[in-house]
Design a protein around this ligand. Sequence first.
Ligand code: PLP
Length: 327
Amino acid sequence: MGPFPVDDLRREFPALGQAGDFLFFDNAAGAQIPDTVLAAVTDHLVSRNVQRGGPYGRSQEVDAMIVRARAAVAAFVNAPSATEIAFGLNATSFIRSISLAVGQTLDRRAEIVVSDMDHEANIATWAALERSGARIVWWKVREDGCLSVSDLEGLLSDRTRLVACTMASNATGSLVDVKAVARFAHAHGAEVFLDAVHFAPHGPIDVQGFDCDYLVCSGYKIFAPHMGFAWCRTDAINRLPTFREDFIPDVTPDKLEAGTYVYENVAGMEAVIHYLERLGRRATGESGTDRRTAVRTAMEAIAAHEKTLSAELLDAVESIAGARVLT
Ligand SMILES: Cc1ncc(COP(=O)(O)O)c(C=O)c1O
């Protein structure tokens, strides 16, 4: 692609065009939204703002959009099957739903490993299981601000039910070697639950490569409106007693989708993946690049550009008297 096309891309974000001198520098608040995503949300609300599952055309269009959105998000996380994608309100509510279900399956494997580098969403949800007999085992950050998988090894045993950890700290950005986490956890028969919320805007996700069992993410951090999604390995999630209304099938893709969610935001999420595909094909220079490769390439291009921005930022910070940059 050559240099990252910042100016072209900025023009696709109406919020940036009218921001004046306001800087969207609140990382946790999420990303701004490209015009194609806004158009998809509007089109949904104008053309098919009805409930899904009905026997009439507009309702069937909603069903078809959800099927397409699952396939699109499956490409984003490299899921083996689109039916493994569930949509909902946000990452926290998915962590809560899955943890409540896990809490009902505890036997002599009742230990949950939680890291103190995680966001409260991936700590408090699991800690709440202590009321159901779980024992929380803390995986602690080292002096250097990182989680070391060699520390994790000593915490695992045949009593470990699951390891819950983030892919990247939302406070410092430090990364976790999640492949190694899965290798160690699986060697002890435990499952791995990844919080990809903070990592997702900054690099490609590959659930097959990571070999994790569950992964949650927030669409609003990656150019979608406020919504969340989860990927769960089919056999892992279908074994759990998740909550849904009685008329909703007790298997994927419905397994985690209780009630109505915000369909227009799911339509927006589908459009995000199209946006990333276009960016990835621009980077490869080949219009025929397959969807997964295009999305992965887009995320790699974003990550490479961010590296140049953070290098500039760190240089500037280092020049401030008294500031210390920890690398
Ligand atoms: C690492 C991490 N996990 C979880 C969450 C919560 O995500 P959500 O707002 O989708 O519930 C956040 C929110 O900023 C986060 O940074």
